[in-house]
Ligand binder design. Structure first.
Ligand code: IPE
Ligand code: MG
Length: 222
């Protein structure tokens, strides 16, 4: 979800206005995903690199998270959306952690859409953690190093249990993955849109699905 800041700048507004508009776009994307029967929607809300932003902007972002979490919990329940988190969200402090965990508990039984929110997430660190876990198990003889294959490693990624990533969308014209789901994106269709995230609406969502449906995935076959 990229381009909130530029969206605000283009309107002569403070960056936080872009983040607010971005949060509305999250709400729409979540609803669109549920309406289209998408099984899992993963949103990159805060990367492990976003801590480099100013303290003010970080406070704005966490404030918005708190506000929307409270406001949208009812929607999650009504729409039978299960929340899942990836990334080390403990870094956001006890108040937000409590609220996040409450939302996890309250939505755990929902079965329509799984909404995965990446908070303080970084893909390289996720892969390194999985490698470290496996190395530890090899050291203690729980596993044979020769048994470490891609399935073994994937089992220790935070996305364990989720289906394959099919489509990855980045908005705002940047053409890079920025440490998001690097492993998981191995066979994903990548879609880079010039649209700024706050402008990502129902039509953009439907367009992305159409674009995906029109592509032929061969997984290395022919
Ligand atoms: C994405 O928009 C929002 C978050 C990272 C939370 P940006 O804030 O990166 O917007 P630009 O890139 O400055 O336009
Ligand atoms: Mg950006």
């Amino acid at each position: 979800m990229d381009g909130n800041g530029r969206w605000a700048e283009q309107r002569g507004l403070p960056r936080v206005a872009g983040h607010k508009a971005g949060a509305e776009a999250v709400r729409r994307a979540m609803q669109s995903a549920a309406d289209h029967g998408v099984e899992v929607l993963t949103l990159y809300a805060f990367s492990s690199e976003n801590w480099r932003r100013s303290a003010d902007e970080i406070a704005d972002l966490t404030g918005l998270m708190r506000f929307y979490l409270e406001r949208e919990l009812k929607t999650l329940e009504k729409e039978r959306i299960r929340l899942k988190l990836i990334g080390d969200y403990s870094a956001f402090g006890p108040d937000l952690v409590d609220r996040l965990e409450r939302a996890l508990e309250r939505t755990a039984g929902n079965d329509r859409l799984t909404l995965v929110v990446a908070l303080n997430y970084g893909s390289r660190s996720e892969i390194a953690t999985a490698a470290r876990t496996l190395a530890g198990q090899a050291m203690t003889g729980q596993i044979d190093p020769d048994e470490i294959d891609e399935h073994a490693l994937a089992a220790y990624l935070e996305t364990e249990g989720l289906p394959e990533l099919d489509l990855l969308i980045r908005t705002s014209g940047e053409v890079r993955l920025s440490n998001f789901l690097l492993w998981q994106a191995a066979y994903a269709e990548l879609l880079f849109l010039d649209l700024l995230w706050p402008d990502f609406d129902e039509a953009a969502f439907a367009g992305a699905l159409e674009h995906y449906a029109a592509r032929q995935r061969r997984f290395g076959g022919r």
